[in-house]
Design a protein around this ligand. Structure first.
Ligand SMILES: Cc1ncc(COP(=O)(O)O)c(C=O)c1O
Length: 372
């Protein structure tokens, strides 16, 4: 068998007519920059997530930078973020001169350890940037308690979190809609992924929304009149049209992903050397990535590759050991859980069109590796 880690072509084959029609509509209209599909898709995301406002931008990374700029994460302002995440969750703080302050993560869920975060709060702390990682949201109840207690701004990195929810003050809330700002990535592998880069900023605050909308077009509301030094970061109209098709099928996609995850859980549960991720109570999971913790990870990865199975390591190097953050003067050993995860995590193939036989083959191959 040949099982890719991720494959977009299978989905295209299923919905080809819808995608082709959406793309042709944009091209024939000639309205490529902030065309009507961007507005419509923003409305669709607001409806799906219950966010009051949404602003489409060029990528999840840009969404983080724009939101960090508006929240004034600069001039050495400290912002706490997990050390085990994708680079953009930390670079957005450092980009404008803020200081990323890393905290460790929970061993079972891989999400930010809020107790460790609290221990790192100082009088210079301005914000907290929780990341909703792989399949569940960070503990937003605890996060918002810290925000209130220490008067911190909250930027939720929900790049991976589309569709995830958590019980917050007795109600299920969508990822990205609890803090001051939330962001999504539409990178192709994401649960709601486009055919290229794309991202979105969401908020319930009108002033923040108006700023974000202006920041994405060079800080202007009237062409050639600039209230802020903004960016050129707009969600591409073709991507918005494609994403509208994708969003209309999102519940089916989430359901298919959870079927694969259930099968992985069932077939991997008795293998010594393999640890399966936990989902905490009060969380509605979405299986964006299915990451197991394994012994002899690198050898297993090679073995699976020889068997035709694509995997990925999310993430091999924690943020505090990245060369560009050496100036922050962290050292190996500072974040033992994250460091251990970086040596043991392995993401298995996860996309809606995987077949039951393919998931079985992956599980059987992992079994074979540990029995040998
Ligand atoms: C946690 C996290 N934050 C931020 C990003 C950045 O998103 P993008 O790739 O759309 O720039 C990603 C996606 O790769 C991510 O996984």
């Amino acid at each position: 068998m040949n099982i890719p880690f991720y494959n977009a072509a299978r989905e295209y084959a299923v919905y080809k007519d819808e995608f082709d029609a959406a793309i042709a509509t944009v091209i024939s209209s000639g309205a490529f920059i902030l065309g009507r599909q961007v507005d419509e898709f923003e409305e669709d995301v607001m409806t799906y997530t219950s966010a009051k406002y949404a602003v489409g931008v060029a990528s999840g990374s840009d969404a983080l930078v724009v939101a960090s700029d508006i929240l004034e994460f600069r001039n050495d302002a400290e912002v706490i973020t997990p050390v085990f995440t994708f680079f953009a969750s930390a670079s957005c703080i450092a980009r404008l001169g803020g200081k990323p302050v890393f905290c460790d993560v929970d061993e079972d869920t891989f999400c930010m350890d809020m107790q460790d975060a609290e221990n790192r709060i100082t009088k210079h702390t301005k914000g907290i940037l929780p990341v909703h990682l792989f399949l569940q949201m960070a503990d937003m109840n605890h996060c918002m308690e810290l925000a209130e207690k220490y008067r911190l701004l909250v930027l939720e990195d929900a790049a991976e979190g589309f569709g995830m929810k958590c019980l917050y003050q007795g109600v299920y809330k969508h990822a990205g809609t609890i803090g001051d700002f939330g962001i999504f990535s539409f990178f192709p592998t994401k649960t709601l992924g486009g055919y290229g880069d794309g991202g979105m900023i969401v908020t319930n605050d009108k002033d923040l929304y108006l700023k974000a909308k202006s920041y994405r077009v060079h800080g202007s509301t009237i062409p050639h009149h600039h209230d802020y030094i903004g960016y050129n970061s707009r969600l591409d109209t073709l991507q918005a049209a494609i994403l509208q098709v994708k969003l209309s099928n999102i519940d089916k996609v989430i359901e298919k992903r959870s079927r694969h995850a259930a099968q992985y859980r069932e077939q991997l549960k008795d293998i010594a050397g393999v640890k399966i991720p936990l989902v905490k109570d009060g969380k509605k999971e979405v299986n964006y990535a299915f990451c197991i913790q394994v012994e002899k990870r690198d050898a297993l990865e090679v073995f699976l590759k020889e068997k035709g199975i694509g995997t990925s390591v999310y993430y091999p190097v924690p943020m505090h050991l990245q060369k560009c953050f050496a100036y922050l003067r962290y050292k190996r050993g500072d974040f033992p859980i994250a460091e251990h995860l970086c040596e043991t995590v392995l993401a298995l193939p996860m996309f809606p069109e995987l077949t039951e036989d393919e998931v079985s083959y992956v599980c059987e191959s992992i079994k074979e590796f540990y029995i040998r």
